[in-house]
Design a protein around this ligand. Structure first.
Ligand SMILES: Cc1cc2nc3c(=O)[nH]c(=O)nc-3n(C[C@H](O)[C@H](O)[C@H](O)COP(=O)(O)OP(=O)(O)OC[C@H]3O[C@@H](n4cnc5c(N)ncnc54)[C@H](O)[C@@H]3O)c2cc1C
Length: 266
């Protein structure tokens, strides 16, 4: 019984965002963090582990400096971390990324009771495509925007949170679920977890490990195999300061109404 959690290391965009001359993120000069939604996915996995005894395995595709992030997840309670890393994988877009992660999870071995948890969205790429694409490539059912997950046998009941309400969905395992921040509050690392985190082996999946998997084909991974091309990137101009209306409620309401009427908005 396993839970696979996909975890991406992302630049910390809450601080100063460094952009290179070509408009791409200068990742090397920025601090990195664990993608926030992925910590909610890890917490959901650990909560299910506490209750039902799952083995939790984190999968990250990224360069070797992602290792300390994976060690932090082990210190939180993750049982094993797999780093998918290799030059052949570099420059992958979401299509190629999900293909490689799907192959890696399948290579590890998916069984009837297993669950794949991903964050809803990465704060750098922001597409929210990778989790659903992993499910598609593995032929698994998927539920996105999970705000609650309950287990009964090999059926999960998931509360799917939408802008204007929610849906309750039952799904059979194996399945893939994307997690949002409303799901839980991620736990801290424990002291014993931190002390033991570097003792545990880190599993590395490089290109030779995965090259014979049917999903892995040099023409569909890496920069050359990625169908998405960045045509242009730019920093949007800052919005103006806006207009402040001062006075009591009646005056400002009338003034606002006449401004909107002048612009033909009302
Ligand atoms: C042409 C091109 C080249 C690119 N080259 C690079 C590059 O060299 N380096 C780079 O960092 N990005 C690169 N990107 C961006 C990269 O495609 C995306 O960041 C990546 O595919 C994930 O998409 P996303 O960030 O939108 O993730 P989302 O789909 O928003 O992520 C959803 C969830 O999927 C999981 N997930 C996503 N990515 C990973 C991952 N790598 N490992 C584990 N779990 C993950 C996480 O759980 C995450 O919360 C490139 C993009 C393009 C179009």
């Amino acid at each position: 019984m396993k839970i696979f959690v996909t975890v991406k290391q992302v630049p910390d965009t809450s601080g100063k965002v460094a952009v290179k001359a070509d408009g791409t993120l200068d990742r090397a000069s920025m601090q990195t963090i664990t993608n926030p939604d992925d910590l909610n996915a890890v917490e959901a996995a650990l909560t299910l582990k506490d209750e039902y005894g799952y083995k939790v395995v984190a999968f990250c595709m990224g360069p070797p400096p992602a290792e300390p992030m994976l060690r932090e997840l082990i210190a939180m309670g993750v049982d094993e971390a797999v780093l998918i890393s290799g030059r052949e994988f570099g420059g992958s877009d979401t299509y190629a990324t999900s293909q490689i992660i799907a192959a890696a999870i399948d290579h590890y071995g998916i069984e009837e009771d297993d669950i794949i948890l991903a964050g809803r969205q990465a704060i750098d790429g922001d597409t929210a495509q990778v989790g659903p694409q992993i499910a598609e490539k593995l032929g698994l059912p998927q539920i996105t925007y999970a705000g609650d997950i309950k287990k009964e046998g090999n059926t999960l009941t998931v509360k799917r949170i939408l802008e204007d309400g929610y849906m309750m969905i039952k799904v059979q395992t194996p399945c893939m679920i994307t997690c949002i921040k409303e799901l839980n509050t991620p736990r801290y690392m424990t002291v014993s977890g931190v002390l033991g985190a570097w003792e545990k082996p880190l599993t590395i999946y490089d290109y030779p490990t995965l090259q014979d998997h049917p999903l892995i084909d040099k023409s569909t991974i890496g920069l050359k195999g990625s169908p998405t091309n960045i045509y242009k990137s730019f920093t949007p101009p800052q919005k103006g300061v806006g207009t402040m209306l001062k006075g009591d409620g009646k005056d400002t309401t009338n003034e606002l109404a006449s401004i909107l009427a002048a612009k033909h908005i009302i």
